[in-house]
Design a protein around this ligand. Sequence first.
Ligand SMILES: [Zn+2]
Length: 509
Amino acid sequence: MRNTLTLIFIFSLSSLFAQEPAKNMLEPCGTPAGISPWLRFYSDHKAEMEYRSNDTLWVGLQAHLLARDNGTGRFPFDRFMDALCRLNTDFAESNIQFYLKDDINLIDNSAWYAHTTIPAGIDMMLTNNVDDAFNSYFVGNPAGNCGYNLPYGGVAIGHSCASASDHTWAHEAGHALSLPHPFIGWEGKQYNYAIPTPTSVTYDYTYFHDTIDTQIPAPLDTALVEYVDGSNCAIASDLICDTKPDYISSRWTCNGQGMSPAIQKDPAGVDFQSDGSLFMSYADDACQTRFSPEEIQVMRANLATEKANWLGSAPQLGEITQLVNQISPIQDQVVPVAGTQLVWSSAPNATHYVVEASRFSSYALREVEMITSDTFVTTPALLANRTYYWRVKAFNAAHFCADLSESATFVTAPTSAAFEPDSEGWRCYPTVLSPGHVLNLEIPESWLGKTSKVACYDVAGNLKWDSKLLISGYKMMLQVPLENWQTGLYYLVLSNEMGIKRQALMIAK
Ligand SMILES: [Zn+2]
């Protein structure tokens, strides 16, 4: 595992969820029906295949967060962390845990962000998948579904089905670890109590009709219908015995006992109700709480064999139990419109932080949304004379459940004039600096390639520090070693044969 997630910085400048279908407009799951060859083999060789160890299985996850071509619409990082927290909570009983194997992959592609067909999603996955990881794509619209899994690809999850209380990701991860629906064979069919239940149902298991031959009827497979008495449970339906009969393939709400209000009858005429507690059912998210013990055995065996390449060693990272505290700016402190450093306290065990700033206390629109391994970020140019809210959430590659901090506030200065670049393009910020923080230099283009002198003086004119600096770009970062300096006012001077540039700096500890 790579321990450093590189700095990610995005601006979300338009409404995040515009044009994304609401959850109730989406089908629960678009995963093609089917029993994988691995599950058939497992079912025939359960005794030898059973994975007996109780150790935690750590699954390497590669996350892909999609946005439109212009970078808008991406799933907010803090909500993504909430979804990860939910995924690991849902898998806690199975002792399977997911960790971020590498950086979150940010993809800007409108056609993939809201794809209308699953083959478009296949294209997205085959283009972007990384090897040896559980690839998960968060998109605005996964082909009209809450989510789907492609056995050779990854899972796609719709933003509107990925709240902290939704179980779509767990459901699709269950598919990815070879679990079928408990109602396999009934997908797309309307169960009718008035009609005798057949002993078998056929189902369509592929999306590739148009690439095969449109003249050939859709390929079909057969599932035996499961009896209530369990007599055929090992060979019927999902081949899993402790998921009881279920023939409901549209979204349903459970009753107070967590069961389907709809009464069904098996081929022998025995009445039953479906179990809404199963993540792999189509019961509402509020009903779902678990994988069955046998489903857990199947997933663990699948990870130990077919998906062993997804497993990694346990990340040596503890839970994050302490909230982040914002240090500066807080309590409506007035700050420059650009280049303000947002500074917070580190949280034990945290390696990274999500930082957000918004003009709205709801954070409906986020001018700053970043992931960083530092405990500070520098703001871009914001609007003048506005109150901004900002908050921080700590995480590491294996723990995502820390709460967001409370919001702190700052107010931008009434005018941005003082922080505009001069006529040659020179600008230096932030103007309030603490040890370890970097200065951003914007340098006249005509200075490119020039070796320059950079120096800092105190207010009495004493040289505190100087260095040679080759101007390698018109935007550069500079770290001044000011650990042992007194707090107060200093002057930075940058000079070469082209001229001289100055900036007053306030050093704060
Ligand atoms: Zn499904």
